[in-house]
Design a binder for this molecule. Sequence first.
Ligand code: PLP
Length: 390
Amino acid sequence: MNATKHQIARDVSQIPFSIIREMSLRAAEYSHVISLGIGEPDFHTPAFICQAALADALAGATHYTASQGDPELLQAVNAYVNKRLDINLATENIMISTGGMGALTAYFKAVLEPGDEVLVPEPYFPAYRALIEWPGGRLVGVPTRFEDGFVPNAADLAAAVTSRTKVLLLNSPHNPTGAVIPGQTLDELAQFAIAHDLLVISDEVYEQLVFTDPDHESIYTRDNMAERTVVLHSFSKSYAMTGWRVAYAFGPPWLIAPITKVASYFTSCPSSVSQRAALAALRGDAQVVQDMAARFKARCQIGYDGVRRLPGVRVMPCQGAFYLFPDIRQLTTDSRRFALDLLDQQQVVVVPGEAFGASTQGYVRLACTVSTEKLKSALAKMAQFIADNY
Ligand code: PLP
């Protein structure tokens, strides 16, 4: 047996499974766990969406679709995005993807040459690293600060630019901090991207879960950004459709066409049935989404009120998505130990900050995706844990 032939590719073996997975496996050892660890709605997909998908599947929507997506869904997405952002896209600007992850994977494969650098405000959604590094790119983390509401700024980003910087990745509403990038900062970041001739990938998968006024804004709408920006929306969070794996990207055709080409080789097309479900979601009563968003908002408020009362902990209110990202450094900088001990002693799951980049050790992420009763109980258990240990 040739040892080298039986080795897993280095870039795959070098990237560890995420700490989120480690926490989930450990939590499975306990019978009564409250998990604030998983970034997905606890609601099931609304029944009208499931019923429409089933009816369409029975009527034959069970074949490959075009790689770009089901034509009816493309039309519906087109209408939705144009209304939402007050823009004027055509369907050639859009591709349906196998979840937001599918679009991100295809995007980085389509644009990155080995050695190209991607600026990523830190903390960040952990999957970005693998998706950037596997096509040979380099993730350059640019730390943001609690004091700035975890909002990136152009000066910090500019200090990280090199001759190899090709892409700026933005994520708003943000996982794991719950931050929303304000409009004025989007103006500045757009000017920065243009000044350095950077492409922008704007991950807006939580765009319907925004609790600030004004509502969601996108860098895509800023002057001269439409030619260099790809935006990602997903059905996963807003419609409680994580398992269906359906999302979409929009941007200029010179980017959307090659991203679609990559996706076509990776997966042929997104699931036909899931695309019919997404179509029903878009055609359905928008109130359903608004109701779920209102419940997340209420939970985040309860979470915020509870966490800010914990001694030695400071926390920013959640502005969007459903995350809180408290700073526990007055108690400990070892957030991994904190999370493991909290699980072992009180059976509450939180995610250590280091899962989201080296600069946020001493933070933990709480996903406010459980019922208010469970959330209150988890907060009481955290208070007890801190009293017992610190
Ligand atoms: N981007 C961010 C910031 C996320 O938090 C997630 C999921 O948690 C995704 C992308 C991927 O979402 P999807 O379920 O659409 O693949």
